[in-house]
Design a protein around this ligand. Structure first.
Ligand code: BGC
Length: 761
């Protein structure tokens, strides 16, 4: 019997691999045919996703994992790279296992591969969807040239809590721009289809609501109304799915008291039945076994619950591998349910073309010529410059002249290993461009750059150790804070301008890197104070993976450029912007609070029954604080340029319409400054009266335009039911008649506004 199975399977695979054209049977038929020849254990094997860790092929071959692959107990592998290593492992699957089913090879290719782009939160501040799509395209090209066919990206968790370290991995607080970015990333990774060998399957994550964990403490509980889920947190996941994302990752957190990993409502009712998703669902790292700690059962129980809920693949826990067969026997789940999960995974492999050519992504020639190329690095450099946000520029200190003496100071100034930020697993840290190197190159033969570290990251050595993991050291200076500071002040006194590269280290944000104090560490603030005392102009070049509280900096430092973590080419990109070769145009996609106590703070809040009167910052019995105003330091959408833009009044094509109709809102934007620049024109809408309370404004459109000095452009937005509809209390969707406020401006605070009426149909 076994022999018969083996041969029949070989025939199916052979007929598939003989031709590039799909055979007469559709993929579905081919999948059925494969499935019909697998034993229960082999089907369960397809649902297992172990991590290869740091294994090279040799080690993998003699390891437990190699044996498991040979025995048909592995569906995919992650954390392994290079075309040659992956070819070796794939060989075990397709030549030594009975099933001969090729493996998926996954990796967290989050913001670039070896050519590293800005962290996602930074990238989102470019508001440039073509640019973002290109960054994902390049990431896919490089990763696929190294053997990888599946990326755990995009991460689209809306987050309004800067204490959460993983806010750095997403696109900020807003579901509208978050959805646009989700689509752009999926398009970039997956391209038109998987017919070539440089498009890879995306995995949208972390489904769902992971960005809303309580207190910003990683892996914590989530609890929210369904109305809020549908209106504010679900849209980016759905957008990625609508764009064709092949897989989705369940999040660690619970929803309605049930971990996402075993949440049937989430994984089946919403995802499959409402949204029509037909790819596969993978757990997060040990997401299955963690449900034991969540307290909903032992490994067998949680594994069965996860499968029953709609989870298809188990990352690392091996709960599926070790307990599902028993659960079938015990009648807890059916073999049909396992077939379903297995079918989805095998189908993805067919879609990727792995049955036709399991070595499709193992082209060693491509590894040599398509990774970390000059062109990709140039694109990473120009992209980084588009992600920077100019927060302040008193008296036009910036751009700097390439002359005189520039004192470069700060723990992030000569810190190439930290430039790529969190989740840059394939980066060549030691080759990244530091600020020091970028500034030196840009000014060679024209200006003198002098450098001193000035301070360690933090006075607390333990905190520095915990914030500089994964090869991203900051080379702690053993001298005392005073010695470091004095040296910096000495060189600063002899300079014409001071550039202070300060802020967070790369691993102060990202996974399991939550903070309760979201400020520049005290030691570095002391350095800034001492530098300001010299009376020289100070430019703060900020490194951060989250919105920080910059109240003191905004009040005291004349120029602030937020560079996030710009990627492998960060230092060159920073020089490009500091010297005005690139005019900054980034705009924030998260609110920067004035105090951590305001968190969660976001622009699209509700009005409440007791809003503060305009212009006031405290009124008794109103919704406010005794000690700080409700205002942020920098609102959502905010960002300056080296030039200035003026907005005209909004013109509406009509002041009344029905929901089947649409109208145009136009505004003329003029560059009133002396330099060419880019401006992100933002459209916000407020539904003045609803059957449920509505936010004070919601982003519903944006356009990034380029204007020469003195030039004006008319920007037009079309408004129809898509911009006006929302999920009601019963979770039906639609626009409600009444008045709507239209607001257009260069950030969420400073807007022009008009009103129109949506009439009954
Ligand atoms: C993270 C995911 C990641 C996975 C695999 C988890 O800890 O939450 O974002 O994709 O590890 O590396």
């Amino acid at each position: 019997m076994k022999v018969y199975h083996y041969l029949a399977l070989a025939v199916v695979l052979f007929s598939c691999s003989k031709t590039n054209e799909p055979t007469q049977s559709t993929i579905d038929q081919r999948v059925d045919s494969v499935l019909s020849q697998l034993t229960l254990d082999e089907k369960i094997g397809q649902l297992n996703l172990p991590s290869a860790g740091a294994f090279t092929t040799g080690e993998a071959e003699s390891s437990d994992i190699a044996k498991k692959i040979e025995q048909g107990q592995v569906g995919g592998l992650f954390n392994i790279k290079t075309a040659a290593s992956i070819r070796e492992v794939q060989k075990i699957a397709v030549e030594k296992s009975r099933t001969k089913i090729p493996l998926l090879f996954g990796m967290d290719v989050i913001h670039g591969y070896e050519s590293v782009f800005p962290i996602p939160l930074g990238l989102s501040c470019s508001w440039d969807m073509a640019l973002i799509e290109r960054s994902a395209r390049i990431a896919a090209t490089e990763a696929s040239a190294d053997g990888i066919n599946w990326t755990f990206s995009p991460m689209v968790d809306v987050s309004r809590d800067p204490r959460w370290g993983r806010i750095s991995e997403g696109n900020g607080e807003d579901p509208f721009i978050g959805s646009e970015i989700a689509k752009a990333m999926v398009r970039g990774y997956q391209g038109k289809d998987f017919s070539g060998n440089n498009t890879i399957m995306s995995c949208v994550k972390h489904y769902a609501l992971y960005g809303a964990i309580e207190a910003g403490r990683d892996y914590n509980t989530v609890d929210m109304s369904h109305q809020r889920m549908y209106n504010e947190y679900f849209p980016p996941y759905k957008a990625a799915i609508d764009a064709g994302a092949g897989s989705i990752m369940a999040s660690f957190n619970e929803i309605d008291g049930v971990p996402a990993t075993a949440n049937k409502w989430l994984l089946t009712d919403v995802l499959r039945k409402e949204w029509g998703f037909n790819g596969f669902v993978v757990s997060d790292y040990t997401g299955v076994s963690e449900m034991i700690e969540h307290g909903i059962g032992d490994l067998q129980t949680v594994s069965a619950r996860a499968l029953d809920a709609g989870l298809d693949m188990d990352m690392v826990s091996e709960g599926f591998l070790t307990t599902l067969a028993k659960s079938v026997k015990d009648g807890k789940i059916t073999e049909k349910q396992i077939d379903e999960a297995c079918r989805r995974i095998v189908k993805a492999k067919f879609e990727l073309g792995l049955f036709d050519n399991p070595y499709k992504y193992c082209d060693e020639k491509r590894s040599k010529t398509e990774i970390y190329t000059a062109a990709n690095r140039a694109e990473a450099r120009s992209t980084a410059a588009q992600s920077f946000v100019l927060l302040k520029n008193d008296k036009n200190i910036l751009p700097l002249k390439k002359s005189g003496t520039i004192a470069l100071v700060g723990p992030l100034a000569d810190a190439k290993e930290n430039m790529t930020g969190t989740w840059s697993v394939a980066a060549r840290f030691s080759e990244s461009i530091s600020v020091l190197s970028g500034l030196q190159k840009a000014t060679e033969g024209k200006a003198k750059v002098v450098y001193a570290k000035g301070a360690n990251l933090d006075a607390d050595e333990v905190l520095e150790t915990n914030s500089t993991m994964f090869g991203k050291g900051l080379h702690r200076d053993k001298r005392s804070s005073t010695e470091l500071l004095n040296e910096a002040v000495r060189i600063a006194k002899g300079a014409d301008v001071i550039v202070a590269a300060v802020g967070e280290a790369a691993e102060m944000s990202g996974e399991a890197a939550s903070r309760t104090t979201i400020e520049i560490p005290e030691t570095q603030k002391e350095l800034l104070k001492a530098l300001l005392k010299t009376g020289k102009p100070v430019v703060l070049v900020l490194f951060t993976g989250r919105p920080l509280v910059l109240k003191w900096e905004q009040e005291n430092v004349p120029a602030i450029l937020n560079t996030w973590f710009g990627g492998s080419e960060a230092g060159d990109a920073i020089a490009d912007v500091l010297f005005g070769d690139v005019n900054p145009s980034g705009k924030l996609t998260t609110t920067f609070p004035q105090h951590v106590g305001q968190v969660p703070i976001y622009y699209a809040h509700k009005n409440t029954g007791r809003p503060l009167a305009e212009g006031k910052w405290f009124q008794k019995f109103r919704s406010n604080y005794l000690d700080v105003s409700n205002e942020p330091v920098y609102p959502f959408g905010y960002g300056l340029s080296y030039t200035q833009f003026e907005y005209g009044e909004i013109q509406l094509s009509k002041s009344k319409m029905t929901a089947d109709d649409s109208l145009q809102a136009s505004v003329t934007v003029t560059n009133t400054g002396a330099l060419e620049g880019k401006e992100v024109v933002q459209l916000y809408i407020r539904d003045m009266v609803g059957s449920v309370t509505r936010p004070v404004k919601e982003l519903k459109g944006f356009q990034k335009i380029t204007l020469k000095p003195g030039e004006s452009k008319q920007v037009t937005f079309t408004i129809g039911k898509n911009q006006l509809g929302f999920y009601h209390q019963d979770l039906t969707w639609g626009a409600e008649p009444g008045d709507f406020q239209v607001m257009i401006g260069g950030n969420s605070r400073d807007v022009k506004q008009v009103v129109f009426t949506l009439a009954e149909n």
